[in-house]
Design a protein around this ligand. Structure first.
Ligand SMILES: [Zn+2]
Ligand SMILES: [Zn+2]
Length: 367
């Protein structure tokens, strides 16, 4: 592509929805449709053919006729929906596949295990759909790879200047420090079942903590799957059947719904921590009952979003999944053409919803 189209215009005109000449990706209420490939990306309803960026419930739905995704994402979907619910075709990172009239490649998104950006090339133009992503190191998945493109479709979960996530290792250190200060209290950490749970456990291990970590039953299947897929988590024990006194001074992980539930009453004097990007917002931490809010996010914060736009300088940017207008405004200030996509239906399973809607079992059923 010519180099000059990446330069900011001298006179910043209002951004027009030009689509970088790409008219072969169509934003629809139920997701993005690619006519020349005849597939949907992360459709919110069952479709004949879907490419799925990652396993969170707002992106991966059951019942598609055929699913193209990384082998890890297919394994996660099979674990959540049942193996017979996912007719999948695996595509590894960096491999190319011709689908109809387009070429498809998957690139690491750094969000959760298996998460991928979808790279679609057609008639010499390339579109990248980020899915959810972050730029920080995550010991449970490969790092986000910037892929040069004409059209970049970015998430915007934390697209406000107030969202600047601190280094996650410092948040883990706060948690472990709590065990020293309150050796008689169970330290109960609210984590989502897919991704956050395993990342927090892995970071606790990397900080040198090798005692058993107790987990709610809803966290067990995906943690076992992560281990099967090559992410060692160290000794994990079920909370169920444990005497109350045994849990004093121990780390206990549970889905956020269980943390706020009577389930937590079986723990001795629990010190409640919640690991989420939203924990930087005092009101949210209070709502979740977090005595120790841990700002640990699997989404890009404001600086990471702007860094990514600056790294890629796409001819056109579409923004979805969050604070679309704020990021569109900032992109225009960088001389980029950007527009909010306003796709409905994308919640925020991993960081926003009150409970994991697609978890293997309801949070309140475990004893
Ligand atoms: Zn996600
Ligand atoms: Zn999402």
């Amino acid at each position: 592509m010519p180099e000059d189209i990446r330069l900011p215009p001298a006179d910043p005109a209002p951004p027009a929805p030009r689509g970088a000449g790409i008219d072969w990706l169509v934003p629809c209420p139920e997701g993005l449709y690619c006519p020349p490939g005849d597939f949907w990306v992360d459709p919110t309803r069952a479709k004949p053919r879907a490419i799925v960026t990652h396993g969170h419930a707002d992106h991966a739905r059951p019942g598609h006729g055929a699913v193209l995704a990384t082998p890890e994402t297919l394994a996660i979907m099979a674990a959540r929906f049942g193996p017979d619910q996912v007719r999948g075709q695996p595509l590894g990172y960096g491999e190319r596949l011709t689908v109809g009239d387009v070429s498809v490649m998957l690139a690491p998104a750094g969000h959760v295990l298996g998460s991928a950006q979808i790279v679609i090339t057609h008639r010499g133009r390339t579109a990248v759909i980020s899915g959810d992503y972050k730029r920080r190191a995550d010991p449970t998945c490969p790092a986000f790879e910037p892929v040069p493109c004409d059209l970049f479709i970015t998430e915007a979960t934390f697209a406000l200047p107030v969202f600047r996530h601190p280094p996650a290792a410092g948040e883990i250190a706060k948690l472990l420090h709590g065990l020293d200060v309150f050796p008689d209290r169970a330290h109960l950490v609210g984590v989502y079942a897919l991704g956050k749970c395993q990342r927090v456990i892995r970071m606790i291990r990397d900080a040198g903590y090798d005692r058993p970590i107790y987990i709610h039953g809803a966290l067990a299947p995906l943690s076992a799957l992560y281990e099967d897929l090559g992410v060692p988590l160290g000794p994990l024990l079920p909370v169920a059947g444990r005497a109350r006194a045994d849990l004093a001074g121990e780390l206990v992980l549970a889905p956020p719904g269980a943390v706020a539930d009577r389930w937590a009453r079986q723990l001795p004097d629990p010190l409640v921590a919640v690991a989420s990007g939203w924990m930087g917002v005092r009101q949210r931490a209070k709502q979740r009952g977090a005595e120790l809010p841990l700002v640990i996010s699997d989404h890009a914060d404001w600086d990471e979003l702007l860094q990514t736009l600056s790294d890629l300088r796409p001819e056109e940017t579409w923004i979805t999944h969050g604070r679309e207008d704020a990021l569109a405004h900032a992109a225009a200030g960088m001389g980029l053409h950007a527009r909010p996509l306003r796709l409905a239906g994308y919640g925020d399973e991993d960081d926003d919803s009150p409970a994991d809607p697609a978890g293997p079992q309801p949070a309140s059923t475990e004893g």
